[in-house]
Design a protein around this ligand. Structure first.
Ligand code: AMP
Length: 218
């Protein structure tokens, strides 16, 4: 049966880490909008320049650009058995756009998506964000405070350079929270009313969250 999993949660709630692990285990593509946008920026295109001007300020990138990127990605062959959406939709407007995209791609089979909502307090989130580093080579994510790396500048998996994302400073992180609470949080109620929502306690440690997540995925 086709599985459509949508992850919603504030910045730093651990969605990225968990969805990467789940994607491997379930053999479903992990579609991370933020990462797709960062790739678009790296390509140097006009689209990328436009995206960067919003991302640098912690604001949502215009819906037309994001929805086009997502639609093209979801139409690829590797999504035929389902997918894991990480970071989309992030507003009611995007949720309605996704409804339309799913109507187009699920013509043959009616699928009810499952929305996994990562719940965690704001203080914990800021702490996680400012201590977050990711590998510039393999994309692995580390937390300097909880993981006690031998060298805070090197990836323990592939020795790549660890970098701090441009928008993980306290100032931009705060703006991203405001954006989340104003634009993304209303989705929780909307999906709850549809009966699609499952809440996950994301304040726990990585292994416990993953165990609970696997138990919750239908
Ligand atoms: P993330 O990597 O998920 O934390 O996203 C980083 C940034 O990319 C966000 O702060 C937004 O500026 C942008 N972004 C990611 N996903 C979306 C989306 N669905 N809609 C609009 N902007 C997005």
């Amino acid at each position: 049966m086709k599985k459509e999993l949508i992850f919603v949660g504030p910045p730093g709630s651990g969605k990225g880490t968990q969805t990467k692990m789940l994607s491997k285990e379930l053999n479903l593509p992990h579609i991370d909008t933020g990462a797709l946008l960062r790739e678009t920026i790296a390509s140097g295109s006009e689209q990328g320049k436009l995206a960067a001007s919003f991302m640098d300020k912690g604001q949502l990138v215009p819906i037309n650009l994001v929805s086009e990127i997502i639609k093209n990605r979801l139409m690829k062959e590797d999504c035929k058995n389902g997918f894991i959406l990480d970071g989309y939709p992030r507003s009611s407007e995007q949720a309605y756009a996704l409804d339309e995209i799913l109507k187009e791609i699920d013509i043959k089979e009616k699928v009810t998506p499952q929305v996994l909502y990562f719940e965690v307090s704001k203080d914990k989130l800021i702490e996680r964000l400012v201590n977050r580093r990711s590998c510039s080579k393999c994309g692995a994510i580390f937390n300097l405070k909880t993981m006690h790396l031998k060298d805070n500048t090197k990836c323990e998996k592939c020795s790549g350079e660890l970098i701090r994302r441009a928008d993980d400073t306290e100032e931009v992180a705060n703006k991203r929270f405001t954006t989340y609470f104003e634009e993304t949080a209303p989705l929780i109620d909307m999906y709850k009313k549809r009966g699609w929502l499952t809440s996950i306690d994301a304040s726990l440690d990585i292994d416990t969250i993953y165990k609970n997540l696997k138990g919750a995925v239908k």
